[in-house]
Ligand binder design. Sequence first.
Ligand code: V47
Length: 373
Amino acid sequence: MRGVAEESLHVPVSDRSLAGTAEKVISGTRLDNEDARRILGSSDIHLIGAMAEYKKQRLSGRLVYFTLNKQINYTNVCSVHCKVCAYAKGRRAQDAYTMSVEAIVGELSKYSDGLDEVHIVGGLHPDLPFDYYTSMLSSIRSHFPGVTIKAFTATEIGYFARLYGMDVEDVLKRLVDAGLETMPGGGAEILSDRIRHELFRGKESKDRWLSTHRTAHALGIKTNATMLYGHIETDDDVISHLEQLRSLQDETSGFLTFVPLIFHPENTPLHGRVTTPTGIRKLKVVALSRLYLDNFPHIKAYWVMMSEAVTQIALHFGADDVDGTIGGEKVTHAAGAKTPAGLTKERMISMIRDTGYVPARRDGKYKVVKIYE
Ligand code: V47
């Protein structure tokens, strides 16, 4: 006889160790770390997908979100040399660059025919004045008034605070006055001081990354959170990362989206020393994110790092967002990504439609711009 979970999920529970987890999913009970461990350890991939898709559909129904966006990487100069990064350069390197504010506005003008969001992220540049950042934001705001400005990771914000002798709250207030609306989720890497010490020496501690988001949320700034996996992390590190995000979200409700990022090793010191996650592992991480982060409104399948094919499957494993058209991704491509540097709107719509879900174009705060039935 089929149990309640099997009736609701329309798949057999082949891995009986997940029976209790499946019942929790159906009854809306929060998963604990033991459930998470079992999901990552199980090969009952149909059940894992069905559980995550069940949860996704309860939160966002048939919609899958995308946005017309443009990433701006204003500088590749960075004072920290993370072992995962193929993009950062020293300030005297021949191929070091920093974009002027005029060049940034000029770049965005090429995309102004329907732009919902600009995503701004750069290296930790030791020589730029603070008003470079405020005038960047205010120029974008005045030239592109309808576009959501998603700018600066918690890592950059923490660096600005140290470099310019301000506290994080003042940095954020001044950036918001200039035009910042939301913050991307980069820099979270893995929220483990052991791994940060080994791979991200010089970067802020995990508590500092979390406290910058806490401060942003208190100021009413919605933010995202990422997790970079596929290097030296263990399952326990992944689960602990999710646990720390879930508990901050219980406190603030300030996160919009969780974005699992797959490490690309080419041109980094880790090349040849790590194993790239398999397709099944990528799907399990997406599904676990959807199931465990029950208080996050959205889970992103970032097509740049996942490939279009795995992204489509991830939409049946709990993801409800694919990010955007991007128009020239640089960080992952420096590390060997084989995906295109951007996608057209038409390609985005057909990628989503093909999965049976309904594409919903959104702005940077998830206000729907248009639904493509
Ligand atoms: O923080 C660096 C990661 C992040 C590599 O918030 C790498 O909506 C893979 O945070 N291989 C920047 N990843 C990108 C990011 C992001 C992307 C899309 C959407 C959002 C969002 C945020 O990229 C960095 C770092 O974790 N990264 N090097 C690499 N070799």
